[in-house]
Design a protein around this ligand. Structure first.
Ligand code: 4AD
Ligand code: MG
Length: 500
């Protein structure tokens, strides 16, 4: 029997004509071949380029970025997303389907078998000398991604194709890398990974910015006597929403497993069209029992630095791309953050500094109001020129769960602000005293009956505990220099936009 890797690769992908039979042939031959144990395993472009020696036979699969023809050859630049760089393929005129190869166009998918040899040309160590080029899926002149650079705005309109561009390939490799680093960071510190529910009945942040989850038909909604919709007849027998935070659930688990973290999708129906807000984003929320505000600030600083360090030591060529085309200051800024302790300043002090700065802000600064992004950025970029951890905010502007300080005016909140973005982390020590918590719930106009289980955590075995939430996309923006949150999340959901 002829080993499969000598029988040619065309059969695994079906011939190009297989499309004519509606794809049945294609699938059949693909499955039949894949089941064959001797099928040659493809290698990634990244692995091929990193090879330490020539390879007698290598199979590479990917998408054609460009083709140019010489006298006796066609040069294909093939990219498979495993790294920024393309693999140069030399397709000789002797190929049986050379005429078809010469019609290959940007966007087509190919499988190439050949030998990996030292490149004659400039700019790459290895190239693939093709013995067989299978055209898996053709492209045509309407393919929207051409060699010239495209604007992020244009690429957002083709969100399904933009991962095939250099920039988005690099962004999403970084996203994957940092997600992995999140788990490593907490795993090394004995945190337990918790999957908080996505459907919830409670508004953790108390801001009322929740997406309702319902199976009620709006055209035939059950009504209460007062004419309002009767959600007790809804699927869950009560009103439910998409979660704005897994914190309350994380607190329950921290009060048992000591150190936990969540990492999952988070939803906010906040109608703010800014470059830093998404309606669906990913948040990491650690929660620690037997921990106070200082311990919380320490962890947040270590965590942000660990992610920046990961970004800094990641793929050098991806970083170079960001530094060249996205943000010239990127590398310097990452190094700067790694080298310095974050500045810790109380909210009161920060307001004083802003008020005394003489700078004319669009939103005036006053004690007792929320800091706006322009204020946050001024503190990090102008006043301190480094990340800043603000703490002890007025109780009136923070959610019910934060621990009241002895001054009776402020709560143990903390926010980490970074240059270029503003708030990246928000957290606090939690109110662990049952009577104080109940009073705070009432003060916020909430009903303690809705927080029974949460109050129970204080009733039995209460402990000082603290945690924070880090916006994953905001870290990605900081790590890549990409200035719009829509460009660091695969398919952005923002007000008025859930296409794709
Ligand atoms: O400050 P926030 O609202 O805090 C909480 O949700 C707490 N429950 C966290 C905790 O203590 N466990 O949100 C935390 C972070 C923000 O600092 C920001 O980085 C990010 O989540 N974030 C958003 N990111 C993108 N789009 C939005 N609409 C965001 N809202 C918050
Ligand atoms: Mg916040």
């Amino acid at each position: 029997m002829i080993p499969a890797n000598r029988r040619g690769i065309a059969a695994r992908y079906g011939s190009i004509n297989a499309r004519d039979d509606g794809g049945a042939n294609f699938l059949f031959s693909f499955v039949a071949e894949a089941l064959h144990e001797n099928v040659q395993k493809p290698i990634s472009v990244r692995a091929a380029l990193a090879s330490t020696a020539p390879l007698g036979s290598a199979l590479v699969q990917g998408w054609v970025r460009t083709r140019r023809d010489a006298k006796a050859f066609s040069f294909l630049e093939v990219n498979d997303g495993s790294c920024l760089r393309n693999l140069q393929v030399i397709a000789p005129a002797a190929l049986a389907n050379y005429a078809e190869v010469q019609h290959l166009i940007t966007g087509a998918s190919v499988a190439v078998r050949g030998s990996l040899v030292a490149s004659q040309g400039q700019g790459q160590k290895w190239e693939l000398s093709a013995e067989e080029v299978t055209i898996v899926g053709p492209s045509d002149a309407a393919y929207p991604l051409q060699k010239k650079g495209h604007t992020p705005e244009f690429l957002r309109e083709i969100a399904h194709l933009r991962p095939r561009s250099n920039l988005f390939g690099a962004v999403f490799r970084m996203r994957s890398r940092l997600a992995f680093a999140v788990h490593r960071f907490f795993n090394e510190r004995e945190f337990v990974y918790l999957h908080a529910p996505i459907i919830t009945g409670s508004d953790c942040e108390g801001a009322g910015e929740m997406f309702r989850v319902t199976t009620i038909d709006p055209a035939a909604a059950p009504k209460a006597p007062d004419g309002s919709v009767d959600f007790s007849k809804d699927f869950f027998g009560r009103p439910t929403y998409l979660t704005v935070s897994g914190q309350l659930e994380a607190e329950a688990f921290a009060c048992a497993l000591s150190r936990v973290y969540t990492f999952g999708p988070t939803f906010r129906a906040e109608n703010s069209n800014t470059s830093r807000h998404a309606s669906e984003f990913w948040m990491i929320e650690p929660e620690m029992a037997f921990c106070d505000l200082a311990g919380d600030m320490d962890l947040a600083e270590d965590f942000v630095k660990a992610l920046i360090r990961e970004a800094r030591t990641g793929s050098a060529e991806d970083l170079e791309l960001f530094a060249k085309f996205v943000d010239k200051e990127l590398i310097a800024r990452l190094d700067f953050v790694l080298e310095r302790p974050f500045q810790r300043v109380s909210y009161a002090e920060a307001v004083k500094l802003l008020a005394e700065s003489g700078k004319a802000f669009e939103h005036p600064v006053a004690y007792g109001t929320n800091l706006q992004s322009e204020h946050e950025r001024y503190l990090t970029e102008v006043v301190f020129k480094c990340p800043v951890t603000l703490f002890n905010y007025p109780k009136e502007i923070k959610p019910f769960y934060m621990r009241l300080n002895d001054d009776d005016k402020t709560v143990t909140a903390m926010d980490v602000l970074v240059p270029g973005i503003g708030e990246i982390v928000g957290g606090s020590q939690r109110e662990e005293r049952p009577d104080f918590l109940e009073a705070s719930i009432r003060r916020h106009g909430l009903d303690p009956a809705d927080y029974r289980w949460y109050l129970d955590l204080r009733r039995w075995g209460t402990v000082p505990h603290a945690g924070f939430g880090l916006g994953f996309e905001r870290v990605l923006m900081f790590a890549t220099g990409v200035s719009n949150i829509r460009d660091v999340i695969p398919f952005a959901r923002t007000p008025g936009n859930a296409a794709f």
